[in-house]
Design a protein around this ligand. Sequence first.
Ligand code: CO
Length: 215
Amino acid sequence: MTALEKLFENNRKWSGEMSKTHEGFFEKLSCQQKPEYLWIGCSDSRVPANELIGLLPGEVFVHRNVANLVIHTDFNCLSVIQYAASVLKVKHIIVCGHYGCGGVQEALENQSHGFINNWLRHLRDIYHTHADYLDAVGDPGKKVDRLCELNVISQVKNVCRTSIVKEAWKRGQDLTVHGWIYNIANGLLNDLDISVSAPGQVEQITGDAFARVCK
Ligand code: CO
């Protein structure tokens, strides 16, 4: 059996088991999805959204890219946020970074990896904003992890600043943006305590969070 044939076999097994343990699972899902969460995470293969929060298909809407960035000109990410907030009406948007993120590390090392350097440039910008603090962090691994945290805070801020989220709040919609970070080394999530549920909270909550990291 080839490696890819193995994947199809895995899939048939999984489908069979899901049908056995959850009656009518696929029939129900084929009619609609009603997730309460939007997950914006890193593409890293070690950070699978559904699995690490124990949610089944249909329970979390997911967008992943390298280093979980929310860029104001990225129509892909913005379309996901728009559909999640305006159509699915998710109640929570979770930006989840992870320690030891390769994208963050590459951005700090600033070597050329081709096209992706354009994407990682956004992380360089965050690094430059906090360079005084980050350059004083001696341990290179810790420096990466602090930038991982600063990145999550920055992306939470970016989500809150989108016209999509601002309009949802204006409509009185129940929507909270969260910033979490996942530890690949022990499989645990940490809440960075930056949950924002109204436009007036954005600056204070993210400002306090930046100060907590760069203390
Ligand atoms: Co990553």
